[in-house]
Design a protein around this ligand. Structure first.
Ligand code: ZN
Length: 154
């Protein structure tokens, strides 16, 4: 396991977000502002994945991810796993879980939703069925899948 990680680029302390749905890697770095404050971030795009065809990997040097960050990652990449690295060793590996209630992150795909016209705090109820995640906007009650989302809060 440790060898596999090293073959891409070793990090001493931090987190490796693996099995990110292809194309979501850059988005995760942007939305979570992982590269903020000069932090070293390594991004691998369209890497071969045994289970999902292609995947992205993001490595964040310097600190573990918070639970809040992990739940935001879950919405962008429900199959992701987070490896916490200490002294080049994986000390923890967890699959992300989609939060029951998601605050922000996503812009409601309903163009007439009030949250797209007024400064209302966006929030969504989530439901997971197998590998499918659906979200319900708490303002307009629009139900949509992750695939229908094309705009995210920055
Ligand atoms: Zn809405």
């Amino acid at each position: 396991m440790a060898k596999k990680i090293l073959s891409v680029a070793a990090i001493k302390d931090g987190a490796v977000i693996d099995h990110i749905t292809a194309k979501q890697g850059l988005r995760i770095v942007r939305i979570l502002e992982l590269a903020k404050a000069g932090r070293t971030v390594t991004i691998g795009l369209n890497l071969p994945s045994k289970t999902h065809g292609k995947k992205d990997i993001v490595k964040v040097e310097g600190r573990p991810l918070t639970d809040e960050e992990a739940s935001r990652i879950a919405v962008l990449a429900p199959h992701a796993s987070i490896n916490t690295i200490k002294e080049y060793e994986i000390v923890d590996k967890t699959a992300v879980t989609v939060p029951d209630i998601l605050h922000g992150v996503i812009i409601c795909p309903n163009p007439t939703c009030i949250t797209n016209h007024e400064a209302a705090a966006r929030s969504y109820r989530t439901a997971t069925e197998g590998s499918k995640v659906s979200l319900t906007c708490r303002f307009c009650e629009r139900i949509f899948s992750l695939e229908e989302i094309d705009e995210y809060e920055m």
